[in-house]
Design a protein around this ligand. Structure first.
Ligand SMILES: [Zn+2]
Ligand SMILES: [Zn+2]
Length: 668
């Protein structure tokens, strides 16, 4: 008998979601199959039967692979696609990994290899070429093994009464979303380790999402300290073995950044989203989605718990707790010393107060951290002849100047040599530089404190993050200056002074979440110091010392500020009190984009307001001239299907780019 199956493929050539193929065998839904596509082969998933299809030229499934997705995962793919408006084939593309080789995931080494002592390790930790690993496996030096189990109990008195209470209350929750809230140093990680341990021992799989790749390294070390076993890491070099393990349903733990969300676990027992407020969970290139929200959908479809972890939860989460959609478990800070927080009014980059504190801290042989969310040397390059700002060639954005004589665009990330001649007026040597970046601060500090080691950390220097963190831990750095990367969790026992160079940065720009992000960043950065037995000082500099947020942070009383911020959002019906979808249309021709958007007719949908079209704030981005629609709707409706219908009717030419951003986080 010939069966006909609907197959979801990672590409789509028409508006259809599925393509029909035949097979002589009966195949279960969710099975991975290989099918011919034109002259090539593609891997797809069986979504159901299609016996009604009487088309003559149906082709046959060439191979049925040994793994399949369960019903919950299939259901989650469908729901995620409906919510984010990302076509299902693009979701499948994110789920699939290359299956060219079948490396083992976990290995046991019998003698020392690459500084690793004999023991069991995930393959990526060997940091060796696969051919070499294979050769050593043939020699018997390395053998394949399973993800080890770990049943080392924690000593009873390891946890404070507060932490024990938190563990008990979260363990009582068998499904739904719970926020584990606690300031830096309150022991959140130890608490969720305890919870995942129990679920791991029940033979389940656990996913830990973290915002930054640099954080995975530290978390993996902590995990090993606790369990004497290394977790898997979702990493470019070893996706395939982790993927195979996930589909197999065998117990274990994987840590990864947002793309780890798409691993098709068949036996998931718990999801943890660390630093849930982080903006890096939002994918801003390609298909746009928020990994945290899709993870919550995932937990729902599996009927398992999901733990959001944060010291400074997003307002979306705060509102969900107030509305009783999420539960909340809170930890107190267990550090013995209270922080000494000072708000200093100044127009200089370094007030006398800050300078004095830096001096005293260095004299005590303790460490200083300075935070300024401005990369490079100067943030503003200006031509004194024609009065124009030097702009990026691909964007309508001003360029940043770097000390190595390069310019950098913070939108499209292009780096270019600083031009000698002004492109507008052809004048030579007419540049003037304004605005302070961290490189300039480093230069000036080196003059003031010539005998001290002063280092930089920003997303420009990700390749030295681990090295810098180690040096900081070993006291080889006296002053560390950095951008928001400093906010990510790290423990330096000798760090006792944190200076926020410009506390009011960004306070007046147009983004609705700007103050919220300031609150999260400053709170996180200030939490870096005074975490051990030495008291810590935080100095927040600002031209406006009456700023309600800075006042609230200085008094360590942010609840009132949160209430205020929430009521502002409510009064303007902004998220989290409403939802938004942003539609961006762009092309290389400004005239073409404008003509197209002007011809789009807006539909009337009950409860939905469609604003625009309007040129985007950054009109030219990556050489595209862009216009956008902003759709706002109330929280209790899901107009996605109707919006999709409207968008499908646009009929855009091939050279016009369409971006759909559900729950947008950026508005440039
Ligand atoms: Zn000029
Ligand atoms: Zn640019």
């Amino acid at each position: 008998m010939t069966y006909k199956y609907s197959i979801l493929l990672p590409e789509s050539w028409t508006k259809d979601n599925f393509y029909t193929y035949t097979s002589e065998q009966s195949i279960e839904n969710g099975s991975f199959v290989v099918v011919p596509v034109k002259t090539k082969k593609a891997t797809g998933i069986v979504m159901g039967t299609d016996s009604e299809n009487n088309f003559d030229g149906l082709r046959e499934i060439t191979e049925i692979l040994s793994y399949k997705l369960n019903e919950q995962v299939i259901n989650w793919i469908i729901v995620s696609s409906k919510y984010t408006l990302i076509p299902m084939n693009q979701i499948l593309k994110m789920i699939l990994v290359s299956n060219k080789n079948t490396k083992p995931g976990y290995l046991e080494i019998q003698s020392e290899v690459n500084d690793l002592k004999p023991g069991k390790y995930p393959i990526e930790m060997l940091k060796m070429h696969w051919n070499k690993v294979r050769a050593m496996m043939k020699e018997g030096v390395i053998t394949e093994t399973e993800f080890p189990s770990s049943d080392i109990p924690m000593e009873q008195d390891f946890f404070s009464p507060d932490q024990t209470k938190a563990i008990n209350s979260i363990q009582a929750i068998t499904s739904g979303t719970v926020l584990l809230k606690g300031s830096t140093g309150s022991g959140k990680t130890n608490v969720y380790f305890e919870i995942l341990h129990k679920i791991w021992q029940q033979g389940k799989q656990i996913l830990i999402l973290v915002p930054e790749i640099s954080l995975t390294y530290q978390l993996i070390e902590r995990f090993h300290e606790r369990f004497k076993v290394y977790p898997y890491r979702w990493h470019n070099s070893c996706k395939q073995p982790v993927w195979n393990w996930a589909v197999s349903g065998k117990p274990g733990v994987v840590i990864g950044v947002r793309s780890a969300l798409w691993i098709p676990f068949s036996n998931l027992g718990l999801i943890i989203v660390d630093e849930e407020h982080s903006t890096t969970y939002k994918q801003e290139n390609g298909p746009r989605y928020n990994a945290k929200d899709i993870a919550i959908l995932r937990a729902k479809s599996e009927n398992i718990p999901i733990i959001l972890v944060s010291a400074t939860p997003s307002l979306e989460t705060v509102k969900n707790i107030r509305d009783k959609n999420y539960k909340c478990v809170e930890l107190e800070r267990t550090i013995p010393n209270k922080l000494n927080i000072k708000l200093v009014k100044t127009n200089k980059w370094m007030s006398d107060d800050l300078k004095k504190h830096i001096q005293e801290t260095l004299e005590r042989k303790e460490q200083v951290m300075l935070f300024l969310n401005r990369k490079g040397f100067s943030t503003h390059i200006h031509c004194t002849t024609c009065n124009n700002r030097l702009l990026c060639k691909s964007c309508t954005a001003g360029l940043i100047f770097y000390k190595n004589n390069y310019t950098h665009c913070s939108y499209c990330s292009q780096k270019q040599l600083m031009p000698k001649v002004c492109p507008e007026c052809q004048s030579e040597d007419s540049w003037k530089f304004y605005g302070m970046g961290i490189e300039k601060i480093q230069d000036q500090l080196c003059e003031i404190f010539p005998d001290h080691k002063i280092s930089l950390l920003s997303s420009d220097t990700t390749e030295i993050i681990d090295e810098t963190m180690h040096k900081m831990q070993n006291n080889e750095i006296d002053i560390l200056i950095g951008t928001q990367i400093l906010a990510q969790g790290c423990h330096f026992p000798n760090l006792t002074l944190v200076g926020i160079v410009q506390g009011d940065i960004g306070a007046h720009s147009g983004d609705i979440r700007n103050t919220e992000r300031m609150y999260q960043l400053i709170s996180q950065v200030k939490g870096r110091c005074g975490r051990a037995d030495k008291p810590g000082t935080v100095i927040i500099q600002s031209a406006d010392d009456k700023h309600p947020l800075l006042q609230a942070i200085a008094q360590e009383n942010t609840k009132e500020w949160l209430d205020q911020e929430l009521s502002i959002r409510q009064n303007h019906n902004l998220p989290p009190f409403s939802r938004m979808i942003r539609i961006i249309i762009g092309s290389k021709s400004a005239a073409l984009t404008e003509k197209i958007v002007m011809n789009i007719k807006k539909p009337t949908i009950l409860g939905v307001e469609i604003m625009g079209p309007a040129p985007t704030q950054l009109h030219k981005y990556n050489n595209d001239y862009r216009w956008s629609f902003l759709i706002q709707y109330s929280k209790n409706i899901f107009p996605q299907a109707k919006i999709k219908q409207w968008i499908d009717g646009f009929r855009l030419p091939k050279n016009v780019r369409l971006t759909i951003d559900v729950d947008p986080q950026s508005f440039f």
